[in-house]
Design a protein around this ligand. Structure first.
Ligand SMILES: Cc1cc2nc3c(=O)[nH]c(=O)nc-3n(C[C@H](O)[C@H](O)[C@H](O)COP(=O)(O)OP(=O)(O)OC[C@H]3O[C@@H](n4cnc5c(N)ncnc54)[C@H](O)[C@@H]3O)c2cc1C
Length: 382
């Protein structure tokens, strides 16, 4: 995006890409369909030490700009799937990449593929870039360098620590990084319970004291996944507990009262069968008196049922790591960058955008919206 926006302004760029094709992550994004923006994007949808930093960036490049860009240059119509998530009507991520390759060509931008950037140093002429290609090391110099080299997730798609390593070497502040939008693992005494539910998906509200998300959760043989879990993972720190409301659209107290009014002949398990799979109800039997008839349910047991269903406590052992994460949390601190241009305050001519920066979007197209916006604002300044 940065290169083509620069090209549209008549500027000339050279993109250095270690992969043998461009846009590897775009191609696999959104299950190969690329959720390229979100209609409801606001700074609330981002995790960062300073989300307000985004105001200045998003004032320059909006969701409407993203939609218009892909429509005008690629005839791509966006289709909203759910929760504002926009996908190309063709359902093909490669259509998004084609817009960039076509515009790169038309505006005369260069891209060197199979080219590994080994290091970037600050020198008097600007920046010295050591690259390796075709088995040889080469040195380039440039007055301006843009780090659009992403974060640490999914090494096999080309991810590297280049931006972080360079920032450390230059003495720039880096906010501690961790996998985000990532499945969470459960070990210890509860592991078998989760594994027994492997494959079950439940619409739930997952929450902690900071945030809550209402979407599906998925039980797996090693823990929890599904959109609501990926979302909360960006707000979870090792050792913390979060909670799950397994029945967010209902209140258990009301359901029990209704059953009582109808005679209370059904058991707790029979009542829960109206809302969960049999496997799930059986598994909940580990914690709840599912065989007790509602008419004879004590106050304490009613409270236990309600508490377990609405405030189910989860203490993950860890996460599935960078290879299963959709994004990286943390990165080059926004405090190091001018919000108008994303240029380093300490190193003129050095820019950071996209996932390398301490701006992490929710699941749902927000990360691309940030990456496109970053590319645009940097290009204006090159
Ligand atoms: C499975 C998956 C699905 C996703 N789906 C979505 C989605 O649907 N919607 C959404 O908004 N976000 C999605 N994301 C997140 C999104 O892909 C990223 O946030 C986004 O691609 C970041 O853009 P970027 O330009 O900063 O980095 P990247 O897209 O990662 O691009 C960085 C490029 O730099 C290259 N590179 C890195 N180091 C070097 C080096 N040393 N030398 C040369 N080249 C180098 C890499 O090969 C890579 O091509 C998904 C991520 C994953 C992993």
């Amino acid at each position: 995006m940065c290169a083509v926006q620069a090209g549209l302004l008549g500027k000339k760029t050279l993109v250095l890409e270690r992969n043998d094709k461009p846009g590897a992550k775009i191609l696999i994004s959104g299950g190969g369909r690329c959720n390229y923006t979100n209609l409801h994007t606001s700074i609330e949808n981002f995790v960062s030490e300073n989300p307000s930093f985004l105001h200045t960036v998003f004032a320059q490049w909006t969701v409407e700009d993203t939609i218009a860009f892909f429509e005008n240059f690629g005839h791509i119509k966006g289709v909203e799937k759910t929760l504002g998530q926009l996908f190309p009507a063709t359902n093909k991520a490669k259509d998004i990449v084609s817009v960039f390759t076509k515009l790169m060509y038309e505006t005369g931008q260069d891209i060197w593929l199979d080219t590994l950037v080994k290091s970037v140093e600050s020198v008097t002429e600007g920046y010295r870039i050591i690259i390796a290609r075709a088995g040889k090391e080469e040195v380039l110099t440039s007055k301006k360098v843009v780090f659009a080299s992403g974060g640490l997730p999914v090494a096999k798609l080309g991810a590297s620590d280049l931006a972080l390593k360079t920032a450390y070497k230059l003495g720039l502040e880096v906010v501690q990084t961790a996998p985000a939008l990532v499945p969470l693992t459960i070990t210890g005494k509860d592991a078998d319970w989760y594994a027994s539910l492997s494959g079950n998906s439940v619409f739930a509200r997952v929450y902690n004291d900071k945030i809550s998300f209402e979407e599906n959760i998925l039980f797996t043989h090693w823990g929890l996944s599904g959109p609501a879990i990926l979302q909360i993972s960006s707000y979870w720190r090792a050792g913390e507990v979060f909670k799950i409301d397994l029945l967010p659209k209902f209140r258990l107290d009301n359901l029990i009262r209704q059953e009582r009014n109808a005679g209370g002949k059904r058991t707790i398990g029979q009542m829960l069968n109206d809302y969960f799979t049999k496997k799930m109800v059986d598994a909940l039997g580990k914690f709840l008196p599912i065989t007790i008839k509602i008419a004879s349910l004590s106050k304490a047991d009613a409270a236990l049922v309600s508490d377990t269903i609405h405030h189910f406590k989860v203490k993950p052992a860890g996460d599935k790591g960078y290879d299963k994460a959709e994004v990286m949390r943390g990165g080059v601190s926004t405090a190091e960058l001018h919000p108008k241009t994303l240029e380093s305050k300490k190193y003129p001519g050095l820019y950071f955008g996209g996932e390398a920066v301490d701006i992490t979007g929710w699941l749902g197209g927000y990360n691309f919206q940030w990456a496109w916006a970053a590319g645009y604002v940097i290009a204006q300044d090159l």
